[in-house]
Design a protein around this ligand. Structure first.
Ligand code: MLT
Length: 324
């Protein structure tokens, strides 16, 4: 009897304490875990977002790049963190959908994480090193088909956005690619500019600056509409690969059992950032597309994630991707 009373008192105290902690949230700096190399598209999005979220939350947001295994190590770091809102995961279709079909993760992408908010999405862009003798997507595909050995395609690891885009491209064209994995598409892009690899199917926000600088060549964006800030680049429909559409959506997640009102505060800060005209301009100049206003509740990200798992896992599993 005495033990039960103590247990009840303790539970009341503990829930009281976590309710108080949630009220006070945030009372110290927050860590935003970026599962890819610094300087890449996910890192760039995280830093633009963190800059504004720190003002509305009143606490600094520290960016921690935890790279490897196509982002699955960085996501695992957050899964194992305390469910108090102070450790947040940024990720996308690759890290929070594809990796579940490829790796023995040791965690469940849906039940071990709580969705916070859907972030801007990125149409992919097909780019090559300037040494590739092609001036259109049709010429690129002909060149890739004629090559005796598979062309090298840079990725951020098996399961990353750039890898899934490659698998999808192989399926759509019948071309085989030789994947070259990096810890993010930032280092992959460096090697593309240097001519060390042939192509990347990259996130537009990552490659657009180099395309504008003329250090790499773009063939098409994988969407049915052109990117406003790069309207000279045709869509895959216009360039002859009709229907080859892929947009990499991103999001924020926290560990499961994080209090709902803590998630609500993080969500509100991210939404405020995305509604800020200066932040929106930064994202749109990178070719990013803002999520719809009625798609910003935490559950909207959760629903999208489940729908994308149903959509992409069959293709990814059929590709029988081997990981070390
Ligand atoms: C990155 O930030 O490097 C990318 O998100 C990697 C990818 O998934 O292609």
């Amino acid at each position: 009897m005495r033990k039960t009373i103590l247990a009840v008192m303790f539970a009341v105290l503990a829930s009281g304490a976590s309710a108080a902690a949630a009220d006070m949230f945030p009372s110290h700096p927050i860590t935003l875990v970026v599962p890819f190399a610094a300087g890449g598209p996910t890192d760039a999005m995280a830093r633009i977002l963190a800059d504004h979220m720190r003002t509305s939350l009143g606490q600094s947001i520290l960016i921690e790049n935890v790279t490897g295994a196509a982002g699955s190590l960085g996501v695992g770091r957050v899964v194992r963190a305390a469910p108090d809102g102070y450790t947040v995961s940024i990720g996308h279709l690759g890290t929070h959908v594809a990796n579940g079909a490829i790796y023995k993760l040791g965690y469940d992408l849906v039940t071990d994480l709580e969705p916070v908010v859907l972030l801007p999405s990125n149409p992919m862009i097909i780019v090559s090193t300037n040494a590739v003798p092609a001036r259109s997507l049709k010429e690129l595909i002909a060149w890739l088909k004629a090559k005796p050995a598979p062309a090298t395609a840079g990725t951020a690891g098996a399961g990353s956005g750039s890898h899934i885009a490659g698998l999808y491209f192989e399926n759509a064209t019948g071309i085989k690619l030789q994947y070259v994995p990096y810890r993010g598409t930032a280092p992959a892009l460096t090697d593309l500019v240097a001519g060390q690899i042939d192509i990347i199917i990259d996130q537009t926000s990552n490659s657009i600056a180099q395309v504008r600088a003329g250090t790499i060549r773009a063939y098409a964006v994988t969407d049915d509409k052109r990117v406003a800030s790069a309207s000279d680049i045709p869509t895959t429909d216009e360039a002859g690969l009709s229907g080859f559409h892929m947009t990499l959506w991103s999001g924020l997640w926290v560990p499961k059992a994080t209090p709902k009102d803590v998630i609500a505060k993080l969500n509100a800060a991210a939404v405020a950032a995305m509604n800020d005209p200066a932040v929106r301009k930064k994202f749109e100049d990178l070719g990013l597309q803002m999520p719809a206003a009625d798609n910003l509740a935490p559950a909207a990200l959760g629903d999208l994630q489940k729908a994308e798992i149903a959509k992409w896992w069959p293709m990814i599993k059929a590709a029988n991707v081997k990981v070390e």
